[in-house]
Design a binder for this molecule. Structure first.
Ligand code: PRX
Length: 658
């Protein structure tokens, strides 16, 4: 959807939904939260942190912003993140509470209590120590959605090491560049994981990533690969390097003391796409991150840990899986569903079956999933009992009012509050969202900054646009779970997020937004060359560089075109090399190139459409005008072409595409 269309569309939306009096009366978050945070922001965060976490050494400092944009939160405090997510619940007498209700795609299941998960993580922590992993070391995780994935993240955190989780859908190439960038010492993977009824060969990809080292003199940092048995598929084995999880973890000692680490010790690196070809390793640290993950999880989802069954459908390979499958819920002692597979397997109602089976009360998913369920029809969810649901959440991209209403009516029986949560890999936790017992919700709007968070919408010069106007979303004050940098590249961190509004000291999120007449926030999508496909971030530059790496391609331009289901879809315009064309002809090339991108980056980056064209629209300074290509890809009248070096080029392209 182009920004203009979105605005027109949103302005028609006038429906409002207040929480029921019963919901409001029992809600965790009270309106006083806003007042308290307003009165003393730092004091508010300090209080949240003390209330929600266990500090081995209490902090006395809250925020240190003496060297912006490098923040420190609670810097003189010490804690152990895994202890906060596990041991303390057991010590408080809740060891028998179920932590994970795990459902495998083939239909197998496991129930794991807090006591059991704590035990597993302690053993695994001992194994990590035996494998030479200690404070500050990097561990790459390439795993399916199985309990061992959660245990691995926590065990890495427990010994003060840093995890870098790589989504299982990424290719061996993507895996290699992430392992190398972080200098990982250990990789934890599985033989395979179940997806769509098949086993995806994860270990094979790890073997490839560690084998074909691209450049000369490249030194593999990985010493061991720890392998969970899940897929029961055949794998190659390097006896010096590879270790079966089941050979070492059950045998390891379950005694493990959680040492305290400084609040600012790195917890994880998570790679995300930016505007250049190279993914950025977003760095998060411990105390501030865990504070905001726990605070938002509790208040935004109205978590009552004794009675709720929570389910976030995100994969742990994304930030949502870090903050709202692992750290937030476990810090809060929640009982949650963890599901391995895809929504359609073995049939389209699988997610609703899971909700019925476990009596899920809080459900958090992405608009792209909701839209694909809408397409399949309401009869599918309506054939299940979804009456346990009481809060619904949305994340990853703007949710259009039609999908919002469908979500509430069909999934939420017309009664559940919906929280549309805006945030990013970089923000670490939710920043903008309704609070379900307080806010009167508006379909399509993410609405208001959470208590403790300062957001504004400004023009290009950094001045607030005020109500009833559009501009750029900025974060005007540091927040506890903010990224602390880009791994190995402090300059890029400053440039990417802080340079645009350097004078004001604002963090620039890269999103366009509009404030309505009540001051509520409506997100309008990215303003840079980042696409959002099914709620996942992809960089146009990264896909372009993959395309031009193919021998057939001379030049490529990629745009995100609006797509009914996935929000945006990848559309590529490619110029072929003359020689290649002469020798091979264009037959089947689009398909070859699509596969090439999939192999190089991962299936999520595979272009929906590839158009072979003779030229690309460029300005006189040689910059590709993606806006015009987007017009073509979306079947619109092509916009203003006067700044093109060759004003005829667009009519040629339009003709070729037709
Ligand atoms: O454009 C915004 C969009 O997703 C981007 C962040 O992507 P990522 O770091 O992958 O994290 C996704 C999950 C937090 C943002 O810059 N986005 C995320 N949530 C929303 C959203 N756009 C509109 N509404 C949302 N609720």
């Amino acid at each position: 959807m182009s920004a203009e269309n979105t605005i027109d569309h949103l302005l028609d939306e006038t429906r409002r939904f207040a929480p029921s009096p019963e919901f409001a009366a029992a809600a965790i978050a009270r309106p006083e939260l806003y007042e308290k945070a307003e009165a003393d922001r730092e004091g508010f965060w300090a209080e949240q942190s003390r209330e929600l976490l266990h500090w081995h050494t209490p902090f006395t400092e809250v925020l240190d912003w003496s060297n912006p944009p490098f923040a420190k939160w609670f810097a003189d405090g010490e804690l152990n993140v895994a202890y906060n997510c596990l041991d303390r619940h057991v010590e408080a007498g809740n060891g028998d509470r179920v932590a994970l209700l795990w459902e495998g795609e083939p239909g197998d299941s496991r129930r794991i209590t807090y006591a059991e998960l704590t035990d597993e993580v302690k053993r695994l922590a001992n194994v990590l120590t035996d494998l030479g992993v200690g404070e500050g070391d990097r561990v790459a995780l390439y795993l399916p959605m199985i309990p061992e994935a959660v245990a691995s993240m926590l065990a890495v955190a427990r010994v003060g090491a840093i995890h870098s989780v790589i989504f299982g859908g990424f290719s061996a190439d993507s895996l290699r560049s992430r392992i190398d960038d972080a200098g990982a010492k250990l990789v934890i993977t599985a033989d395979g994981g179940w997806r769509k009824g098949k086993v995806s060969p994860l270990k094979t990809a790890v073997d490839q990533a560690l084998a074909d080292r691209g450049g000369q003199g490249e030194q593999a940092t990985v010493e061991h690969v720890l392998v969970v048995r899940r897929g029961e598929n055949e794998v190659d084995w390097d006896a010096d390097r590879d270790v079966w999880y089941h050979d070492v973890v059950p045998q390891a000692s379950a005694e493990h003391e959680a040492r305290a680490f400084g609040a600012e010790s790195p917890l994880f690196i998570l790679y995300t796409s930016g505007t250049t070809g190279k993914p950025k390793g977003i760095l998060h640290t411990s105390g501030g991150y865990l504070t905001q993950a726990a605070y938002t999880h509790r208040n935004v989802f109205d978590l009552h840990p004794e009675t709720d069954v929570y389910w976030c459908t995100a994969d742990i390979g994304w930030i949502t899986g870090h903050s709202y499958v692992v750290y937030g819920p476990l810090a809060n002692g929640a009982t949650q569903v963890l599901y391995e597979g895809t929504p359609e397997h073995p049939e389209p109602g699988r997610w609703w079956d899971v909700i019925e089976k476990y009596g899920v009360t809080i459900f958090y998913t992405a608009p792209t999933a909701i839209r694909s369920f809408m397409k399949q029809g309401r009869q599918i969810p309506q054939a299940r009992d979804l009456s346990s649901l009481r809060v619904l959440g949305s994340v990853g991209e703007p949710i259009n009012p039609e999908a919002w209403i469908w979500y509430r009516e069909v999934i939420g029986a017309g009664t559940t509050p919906i929280v549309d949560t805006w945030w990013q890999t970089e923000t670490g936790a939710i920043m903008v969202s309704a609070l379900p017992g307080i806010t009167e919700t508006k379909p399509g709007s993410a609405q208001v900054a959470l208590p403790g968070i300062s957001i504004d919408v400004v023009d290009d010069a950094g001045s607030p646009v005020g109500n009833d106007a559009g501009g750029l979303l900025v974060i005007t004050e540091p927040w506890p779970s903010m990224l602390r940098g880009i791994w190995g590249d402090p300059e890029r961190y400053k440039e990417t997020y802080w340079d645009k509004f350097r004078d004001q000291g604002y963090y620039f999120a890269g999103d366009g937004a509009r404030l309505d007449e009540d001051g509520d926030i409506w997100l309008l999508g990215r303003v840079d060359d980042v696409m959002n496909v099914s709620g996942h971030r992809l960089s146009t530059a990264e896909i372009e560089s993959s395309l031009v790496a193919h021998e057939a391609t001379a030049e490529a331009a990629v745009v995100g075109a609006s797509d009914e289901t996935t929000g945006q879809a990848v559309v590529a315009f490619v110029i072929l090399k003359e020689n290649y064309l002469k020798e091979h002809g264009p037959e089947g090339l689009a398909q070859t190139l699509r596969q090439h991108v999939s192999d190089q980056i991962g299936a999520i980056a595979r272009p929906r459409d590839i158009y072979i064209v003779g030229e690309l629209p460029k300005t006189r300074s040689g910059k590709i005008m993606r806006r015009l290509l987007r017009d073509v890809a979306e079947g619109r009248e092509v916009g203003d072409t006067t700044t093109l070096a060759d004003t005829m080029v667009m009519s040629t392209i339009s003709a070729q595409v037709k």
